[in-house]
Design a protein around this ligand. Structure first.
Ligand SMILES: *Cc1c(COP(=O)(O)O)cnc(C)c1O
Length: 391
């Protein structure tokens, strides 16, 4: 027998698929029943128990992509994140989190935890000493997110996993920005990997979903809470997500390649003040990126200079759309200070290094030359407006 393990793109296309025994169709059938027999069955199925045929099939694929034992899929990234956090934290417990978090996660912690008696501390620098200092006797979880949003700073995944293990603490990572194509935190010692599947796993800006990957034991613990919170995903969307993931590898590898080229090009451009991309040798965490990432991702951020206004530039773009979200096949751009980080105070934004001119760019799968052309024409128009304004 051939015991070769399937490679990444083969897992994306095939692993977990439901064989259509009846009609021999090429793709998994969708099972939409919310009602299944309870007699003479080995599993009592119900969508909120996360065990419909399509849910189980997709969980196998996502677990394999993250090199974990098991997984659960949810109705949103935040459903996956909140359920998982509440599965491991109870009254009197403490969690250490890095400061630069997805806004929704920060809101969950800041607005909900106190009500439940859960203590939390933020680590200001992503350096490993910062994490060590915050650990207390009642610390149960360390939570990280790398690369971070929107400045693409990195946290040393293995170092965090190591200190957590020494202190018997569970580690969680939001791996959304990297996607399983570029980073598999479980292989670096992390216990629990979270995803907003709304982003790269979905990849077409038309699915809201979330996922968690971990050992069977940890997934069972999360499941016990998940069935009470009820954040499961509809089987239509489960099926769409299965289909989307078939192209995950080719999409993200292409996005990695274009993003790296664009980052290098932007870095040299006279109108660009700064480029933030872990694939650039000038990025402060570039060595760490090479160590823990297989590719540098499709997200980059940059700032304009020469008095060019970021909002005007954004409006002049024709191909690159302004968008609140990210990770689609189409390129999108966003001003963090007006959107994702608008709820932070001016001081907090400054603390995180997010100034008003910063633009976060989610690189799609278009031809690089067309993206370059779009940026150039928007820069020209923005410059003309500056000139006219000064006259
Ligand atoms: C979008 C996002 C989330 C939240 O996911 P939803 O699917 O919108 O609930 C969490 N983490 C990161 C890094 C994200 O980009």
């Amino acid at each position: 027998m051939n015991s070769k393990k399937p490679g990444f793109n083969t897992i994306c296309t095939h692993l977990g698929e439901i064989k259509d025994e009846q009609f021999k169709g090429a793709v998994s059938p969708i099972y939409l029943s919310t009602s299944y027999a309870f007699e003479d069955v080995d599993v009592k199925r119900y969508p909120r128990y996360f065990n419909t045929p399509n849910q189980e099939a997709l969980c196998k694929k996502i677990a394999a992509l993250e090199k974990g034992e098991s997984s659960l899929i949810f109705g949103s990234g935040m459903a996956a994140i909140s359920t998982t956090l509440f599965a491991f934290l109870q009254k009197g417990d403490h969690i250490v989190l890095q400061r630069t978090l997805y806004g929704g996660t920060a809101n969950l912690v800041n607005e909900e935890f106190e009500k439940y008696g859960i203590e939390f501390s933020y680590v200001d620098s992503q350096g490993i000493e910062g994490f060590k200092e915050k650990i207390k006797p009642n610390t149960k979880v360390i939570y990280i997110e790398t690369p971070s949003n929107p400045l693409l700073t990195l946290t040393d995944i293995k170092a965090v996993a190591d200190i957590a293990k020494q202190n018997d603490i569970v580690t969680m990572i939001d791996n959304t920005f990297a996607s399983p194509v570029n980073q598999n935190p479980i292989t670096l010692g992390i216990d629990i990997v979270l995803h907003s599947a709304t982003k790269y796993l979905g990849g077409h800006s038309d699915i809201l979903a979330g996922a968690v990957v971990a050992t069977e034991a940890h997934i069972d613990k999360i499941f016990q809470v998940a069935k009470n919170f009820g954040g499961s995903l509809s089987d239509f969307t489960v099926w769409m997500l299965e289909r989307s993931i078939k192209t995950l590898g080719i999409r993200v590898k292409r996005q990695n390649k274009t993003a790296l080229k664009l980052a290098k090009w932007l870095k040299k451009h006279d109108d660009i003040a700064a480029v933030y991309y872990p694939g650039l040798s000038s990025h402060p965490d570039h060595e760490l990126a090479k160590k823990q990432m297989k590719g540098f991702g499709g997200m980059l951020s940059f700032e304009l200079k020469n008095g060019l206004d970021a909002s005007t530039f954004q409006k002049e773009l024709k191909l690159i759309k302004s968008s609140m979200s990210l990770a689609g096949v189409e390129s999108t751009i966003l001003s963090p200070h007006l959107t994702s980080h608008a709820l932070l105070s001016e001081d907090e934004r400054q603390l995180q290094g997010i100034n008003d001119g910063l633009l976060r760019f989610s690189v799609g799968i278009e031809e690089k030359e067309d993206l370059v052309y779009d940026i150039l024409q928007a820069l020209e128009k923005t410059k003309k407006l500056v000139l006219e304004h000064n006259i």
